[in-house]
Design a protein. Structure first.
Length: 279
């Protein structure tokens, strides 16, 4: 009876976190559309997000639907099945679409936005290096597996390592993708243009994602449910860490402050006159 209850809790956590994380992709493009501008945000975040979620989608799809990958996973994890759930797969597919839409908003002519230049309007060298390096890293792993494919996936290179490479790309991208926006907020001494709504939804999703992973691992009676899915564990923890940073910036460090860049000719419809101030 207890296990059946925990299975229901796991399923509930999974879909609630999927909904929260999925909804977190809407506030930013909606804010950009309402303001007819992407000022205050950087293109780095949606640009690298697309690549990250493509990798996450591929890894989730393989763990869910590939007999070969599931067999290789079982050989490395005491015969268990992956703890990836359908809600993980659905979330990744949705995230690709919304990240691509947000990225497209940096093409002003496509959306009728005002032209912008300066920092954040074009991908930084740092993000482009990560983009190219991630693709090269996956290609190298594929080459290694082709050359050194071992008949026993438990002890040698196997196609599951390629899938892990895709998932690690997502993990690494999540680790670095927030930094350009954190620095932009710091330079502007403002979070204007960066939606706090997406952060609040993201932190709830991250907590529930970790809870679901822990419950699924407990139900299997083996910690490999977690160690075999390190990306989901780290994604939740990293997201929560940066969410705390963004909430600190928004509510504690720069509450109600409007950056000089926005004051010089851009009206933010989300703030009333009494809230627009700068030191």
């Amino acid at each position: 009876m207890a296990f059946s209850f925990l299975e229901v809790v796991s399923e509930l956590c999974g879909w609630v976190y999927t909904i929260c994380w999925s909804l977190s992709f809407y506030p930013q493009p909606l804010l950009n559309f309402r303001r007819k501008s992407t000022t205050g945000t950087t293109i780095d975040f949606p640009a690298i997000n697309v690549l990250g979620f493509v990798g996450y989608f591929i890894s989730n799809a393989a763990f869910l639907y590939s007999p070969l990958i599931r067999k290789e996973y079982a050989s490395r994890n005491h015969g268990l099945t992956p703890t990836v759930q359908f809600n993980d797969f659905a979330f990744a597919a949705h995230a690709i679409v919304l990240s691509a839409i947000t990225l497209s908003q940096f093409l002003p002519s496509l959306w009728g936005f005002e032209e912008r230049g300066g920092p954040g309007a074009r991908p930084s060298r740092f993000i482009m290096s990560i983009f190219v390096g991630s693709i090269l890293g996956v290609l190298i792993v594929i080459l290694i597996v082709i050359v050194r494919n071992d008949p026993d996936p438990a002890t040698g290179w196997a196609w599951i390592d390629v899938i892990y490479a895709f998932s690690y790309v997502k993990l690494f991208i999540t680790l670095v993708k927030y930094m350009p926006q954190v620095l932009t907020n710091y330079r502007n001494r403002s979070t204007q243009g960066w939606s706090i709504g997406q952060i609040l939804l993201d932190v709830v999703g991250g907590i529930l994602s970790i809870i679901q992973l822990g419950i699924d691992s407990y139900l299997q009676g083996d910690r490999s449910g977690i160690t075999g899915n390190p990306v989901k564990l780290m994604l939740g923890n990293i997201s929560i860490l940066f969410d705390i940073i963004f909430m600190t910036q928004h509510y504690c460090l720069y509450p109600g402050y409007k950056s000089k860049e926005l004051l010089d000719g851009e009206d933010d419809p989300l703030l009333g006159d009494r809230e627009r101030r700068i030191d």
